[in-house]
Design a protein. Structure first.
Lengths: 255, 333
């Protein structure tokens, strides 16, 4: 009940990309948003993080309209990792991560002992401790992605909205990230993430939401959602569904 | 962390010393009646009522230097805020049309309705600057974000040109006031007196304090609008509040000494080079640097064709214009 959309339409410049979506995010789960390019996954995520204002309909947080909640208070509840991030000039890694604490910091951006502990912890979790003194602009794409992720985690919110968090990451870092998401989920966080790798989604997420052309096609557990027909219908792919030999989750193999 | 803080305060201290030195030199240099460096100091704390030189320092030079300091700090702070709000390295009061708009407002009031006096012209400068700024923002679609840096600057240039043309028309209509308005348009501290100081300092204080308060938020804006909003920044309020501060800072400076340009463009970049990207650090540095720059240009402006005075704004344009070209070339807009 905490995060839900009601007849939500959003888009850019008068063109609706997400169309009349009613969605309730199941609390305490890892949820994957799947769908072909341009289907409105990122737009829906941005609307849920109040980065985009609805053209029609509403997003509710604990029964309250998102746009009626004070910005700072909401920033302590929801954190978004956008898909494309700017490359800020002249900012050190540790300072960027520290900006994640802004919704909590005291007068004039003062960092408390508790803030400091959280910053240190998320830098460890994302494996960027040794990059602390480097400039963000000098890092590789994958490293920078982990720094932005650390900033988002430093926000320490019960809800995490991640837009393709594995972008630029090599395979081992992708796997590490998925394990980290599992760990955060066990600590009670609800995680909503856009993913492109269907198998990764099926393996690590509890709930899949599949979108096409701005609408939700289907949602549910990976077992119930991933079918041959769905892959054909949504992705125009001829694929077979097998069982992952290790995790026993569904796995699609393209024909 | 300790060494970092030390270096910041050391920088501030050194720059304050530099500012003091510039001010002191400005108090005694290039005077028709000989003023010694010692006179300049005596006039500050132990004035000899019989010394003409000390009277010159106290009645003419001192308010001039103090006004220069405030104007410099105001324009530099305004430049920092504008660059922060628009995320555009070229943003500054002169490039984005605020100077020209304020000049138009001021010229209109002082020629058409001179009975309004100093307060009236300050308000006219703020309103004129505000209207110009709003037009530039709308034309340059700056509120939408994204990489439309070039468009914003073009809008600024267009609005500046329009305002300049209208200002000239106003001057032609009211010919008898023209000479005074023209000096003022170039920006000059010649007419800065204690009266100017008295009307400037309260607004200056409020504006600079406001700028310091907004500094942590400007830090978040450098991460882009999406991240800033995500971190709990209410963009609309910050942009409105920031614009209001800019108008307060620029309007009060311009109505005191005229349309001095380029301080707001130049100084924020210099301050960033010295203090890094944290606005809480480079904003105060920029204020002191801006003050130094204006006092220095004012001093030089008296020496160039001594004993006549060149407007300080002209000196600043001489340094500022090449720097502007350098910035344009350095960044692909």
């Amino acid at each position: 009940m905490s995060l839900s959309t009601h007849n939500l339409s959003v888009g850019y410049h008068d063109t609706a990309i997400v169309k009349q979506v009613d969605l309730t995010i199941p609390e305490g789960k890892i949820i994957a948003l799947l769908g072909p390019n341009g289907c409105g996954k990122s737009t829906l995520l941005k609307a849920m993080a109040r980065i985009l204002s609805p053209m029609d309909g509403q997003v509710h947080w604990q029964g309250q309209n998102l746009h009626g909640i004070a910005s700072k208070k909401l920033a302590q509840q929801l954190a978004l990792l956008p898909q494309t991030q700017p490359i800020p000039e002249g900012i050190k890694v540790k300072d960027l991560v520290a900006y994640g604490r802004s919704p909590y910091t005291g007068f004039w951006g003062r960092i408390s002992k508790e803030d400091h502990d959280i910053i240190t912890q998320v830098m460890q979790e994302t494996g960027i401790t040794e990059l602390a003194e480097q400039l963000v602009s000098e890092l590789s794409g994958g490293q920078r992605q982990r720094v932005w992720l650390a900033m988002t985690l430093a926000q320490d919110t019960p809800y995490l909205l991640l837009d393709e968090p594995t972008t630029y990451m090599d395979l081992s870092h992708q796997v590490e990230l998925m394990h980290l998401l599992r760990k955060l989920n066990l600590q009670g966080k609800t995680i909503i993430t856009v993913l492109h790798d269907i198998n990764q989604a099926a393996r690590y997420c509890d709930h899949l939401i599949v979108m096409k052309k701005g609408k939700i096609v289907t949602q549910g557990s990976p077992d119930s959602v991933l079918t041959q027909r769905l892959l054909k219908e949504v992705f125009s792919l001829s694929a077979q569904i097998h069982q992952d030999p290790i995790a026993k989750t569904p796995m699609c193999v393209v024909e | 962390m300790i060494s970092l803080r030390f270096s910041f305060f050391a920088q501030c201290l050194l720059l304050l010393l530099l500012l003091f030195a510039c001010s002191w030199i400005s108090l005694f240099s290039w005077s028709v009646i000989t003023v010694t460096p010692a006179d300049a100091l005596h006039a500050l704390y132990n004035m000899n009522q019989d010394s003409i030189a000390q009277h010159i320092v106290h009645d003419l030079r001192l308010p001039r230097v103090l006004v220069g300091i405030m104007v410099g700090a105001n324009l530099a702070a305004a430049g920092v805020i504008m660059q922060g709000l628009t995320q555009n390295p070229l943003a500054s009061p002169s490039v984005l049309g605020i100077n020209a708009g304020a000049a138009l407002g001021m010229a209109s009031v002082s020629t058409i309705a001179p009975w309004f006096g100093l307060l009236g012209s300050s308000i006219a400068a703020i309103i004129g600057g505000g209207i110009a700024w709003a037009f530039v923002m709308l034309l340059g679609s700056a509120w939408r974000g994204g990489n439309e840096h070039g468009r914003l600057v073009l809008a600024g240039v267009a609005i500046s040109a329009l305002c300049a043309a209208l200002t000239k028309a106003v001057i032609i209509i009211a010919e008898d006031q023209a000479a005074g308005v023209l000096t003022w348009l170039a920006g000059s501290l010649t007419d800065a007196r204690w009266q100017t100081f008295d009307s400037l300092w309260p607004v200056c204080l409020i504006g600079l304090l406001g700028a310091m308060l907004i500094a942590p938020t400007l830090n978040l804006l450098q991460l882009g609008d999406d991240n800033a909003r995500n971190l709990g920044v209410s963009l609309m309020w910050v942009k409105l509040g920031g614009s209001f501060l800019v108008l307060l800072l620029v309007g009060s400076a311009i109505s005191s000494v005229g349309a001095i340009g380029f301080v707001g463009l130049l100084v924020p970049h210099m301050a960033r080079m010295l203090a890094g990207q944290d606005h809480r650090k480079f904003l105060p540095i920029a204020m002191i640097l801006g003050a130094c720059l204006v006092v220095l240009s004012d001093t030089v402006s008296r020496g160039i064709i001594y004993p006549a005075e060149t407007p300080a704004g002209a000196i600043l344009a001489l340094i500022g214009a090449p720097f502007f070209i350098y910035l344009v070339r350095k960044r692909t807009l």
